[in-house]
Design a protein around this ligand. Structure first.
Ligand code: 7TS
Length: 414
């Protein structure tokens, strides 16, 4: 029997909860229990204030005007790039390309680096636990360039089969594109080992950091990854903003992505020349407000400290895992040794969606389904899972409510 667990965190979780106004709302008459953080995190008041403040005080287009608003908006917009550079420890600020999110970052690499570097017979390695956004762009570009997509299998425990990876890796491998933390299993993958091995064969590596950038310390220079993609909305920030890190030399050699304003130096009908990094990849008016409000999210994470957050999140995961295992008929999917903040499970004879609906009736938000990782679900021969994913503002009491809600749902559905 699992009883209350000490989180040993130095953080004041009750005070942190007060920073997130949405946590005060009720759903179907019950206090919201938000356990869908892997889909998107909630936003602290400082981020909401920055969004409102931008439209109240600053709104102007960036990089184009000499009037005061344009200058202030540009400064606020660009300040986030500096914050991001520090956040992931990139060597140069121009290595931070603004994107709409992880999906766009991966597509950017596939369509620019991929189209100019992949040739017939070359190989791209991904894994069996990728989100669709790290599968489909590679399928598209492999088909176009007649390259071959190879997939690292996933073990029963939900870890990468590293022996199989070493067998797949060869001089034919041109890129390995790999998820850092699986959104469906919570597995933390050994990306440093993968990067070092890929580099020895002359391949580059893209790390999908959608799920890791809030929970793990990210140092792109130490990792030595060639690309790293992240989304603001999974890091307490707004939707519609994200970043792609790329090593400067690679980004400089890559062809442009979208064409339009901002990404050009000079446009002539005969020939157009392109802007320097990072603007060469940033065509059109961006989500200015969202990038401005991304900075306070990064600062908020820095103030709490990722290590402190991890202590609490790991305690939540341990406690939830123990609680769920006590319930008859529940099977956890993904029991890797290294996990972060995600607990996926199935219940014998019960469809995940039915459980999700019953939990929602109690105000408990979980995600059910394939989590945009259909091949992974097929690997485990299941239609989907019930996924509870945790963030720093979640509590042990919320996990107790989840466990009670699950017991009730099972008694109704079985
Ligand atoms: N990669 C991983 C590992 C993800 O978890 C997600 C989103 C993406 C890429 C795409 O990120 P986006 O911000 O561009 O959409 N994952 C989820 C999820 O688990 N539930 O909803 C979205």
């Amino acid at each position: 029997m699992i009883t209350a667990v000490e989180t040993n965190t130095v953080l004041d979780i009750a005070a942190i909860r007060n920073d997130f106004p949405i946590l005060n709302r009720k759903v179907k008459g019950h206090p919201l229990v938000y356990l869908d953080n892997a889909a998107t995190s909630q936003k602290p008041q400082v981020v909401i204030d920055a969004l409102v403040g931008y439209y109240t005080e600053l709104n102007a287009n960036v990089h184009r005007g000499i009037h005061t608003l344009a200058e202030e908006a540009t400064a606020a917009f660009e300040a986030t790039r500096d914050a991001l550079q520090q956040f992931i420890n990139a060597r140069h600020r121009e290595e931070i390309i603004y994107t709409k999110g992880t999906t766009e970052g991966i597509n950017l690499v596939a369509y620019t680096w991929g189209r100019s570097n992949l040739n017939e017979g070359d190989e791209v390695i991904i894994s069996g636990m990728e989100h669709h956004s790290n599968i489909v762009p590679w399928q598209i570009v492999c088909e176009e360039r007649k390259a071959v997509l190879k997939v690292i299998p996933v073990t029963e425990a939900g870890e990468l089969d590293m022996e199989a990876f070493y067998q797949l890796l060869s001089e034919k491998t041109k890129i390995v594109s790999i998820v850092h933390v699986s959104n469906a299993l919570g597995t933390i993958n050994p990306v440093k080992e993968i990067i070092d091995a890929a580099h020895q064969k002359g391949a580059v590596v893209l790390v999908d950091g959608a799920q890791s950038s809030l929970h793990l310390d990210i140092d792109v220079q130490e990792l030595d990854c060639d690309f790293f993609a992240l989304s603001a909305h999974k890091m307490l920030g707004p939707t519609g903003a994200g970043a792609l890190y790329g090593k400067k030399q690679l980004l400089e050699a890559m062809p442009v992505f979208n064409g339009g304003g901002e990404m050009i130096k000079e446009v002539r009908f005969e020939k157009t020349t392109y802007n320097e990094l990072p603007y060469k990849f940033e065509a059109g008016t961006p989500n200015i407000a969202d990038f401005v409000a991304f900075k306070p999210a990064i600062e908020y994470i820095n103030t709490l400290g990722k290590k402190n957050m991890r202590v609490h999140e790991d305690a939540l995961l341990r406690y939830a895992t123990g609680k769920i295992k006590e319930i008859d008929g529940i099977r956890i999917i993904g029991e890797a040794k290294q996990k972060a903040s995600v607990l996926s499970f199935v219940i014998d004879g019960v469809h995940p969606q039915d459980v999700g609906i019953l939990l929602d009736n109690k105000g408990i938000a979980v995600r059910t389904g394939h989590h945009c990782a259909e091949p992974l679900m097929n690997r485990f021969c299941i239609p989907g899972t019930i996924r509870a994913s945790f963030a720093v503002y979640n509590t042990m009491e919320e996990i107790d409510q989840l466990a009670a809600g699950l017991k009730k749902a099972i008694s109704l559905l079985k």
